[in-house]
Write a protein that binds this ligand. Sequence first.
Ligand SMILES: N[C@@H](CCC(=O)N[C@@H](CS)C(=O)NCC(=O)O)C(=O)O
Length: 204
Amino acid sequence: MILIGQYDSPFVRRVGIALTLLDMPFEHRPWSVFGNADLIRPLNPLVRVPTLVLDDGDVIFDSASMIDWIDNVAGAESALLPRQEPARRKAVARMTLATGICEKAVSLFYERRLHAEKSKIWEQRCIMQIEGGVAALEAMQHEIAPGRPLDHAGIAAACMMRFLDEAHAGEHFTRHAPELAAYCAELERLPVFQSVSQAFIPPA
Ligand SMILES: N[C@@H](CCC(=O)N[C@@H](CS)C(=O)NCC(=O)O)C(=O)O
């Protein structure tokens, strides 16, 4: 299978980390949605990353769908989300908050980078949503019991944290989230987080 997209995308990175953790072999093509749009478009009409091309040629289009497929193929024993409720829905809530924050962080980045005339209303809305999401995640940190196995929620949080810190360095979005920051810093020290990583490259 082929994972398309650069690891400075928190969405691509979380899929790459999950595949690596689960020992699912894949080829990585670090194509840019802007610079390599012509390569991505024939595989994904949305021209977005991550794009996951399976061995039978089928394509999966969104990181949430990829995570769902990866866990399904890995099987219940290996899947990277708790199986029991309410632990499962709580982990899913943290995971979707983290990826939701990333959606807003990408949107804020594009607003500032790609629009000659920026919308203050949109910028402030994104900032409010990111700050709210980070505060909510910080408040949920107590749900992660020490020694609990790494799951998709933790992976998504660490990928989110790195993206906020690098793509929006001036905003210091995580300054009021010390527990979340410490948890993510600990994950970033793991070999899989170090190997599946790339410093942020702004689109040209
Ligand atoms: N919901 C998508 C979000 C992916 C996303 O926003 N990817 C960005 C790169 S970080 C992208 O493809 N941007 C180009 C575009 O949206 O046109 C996912 O989880 O895969």
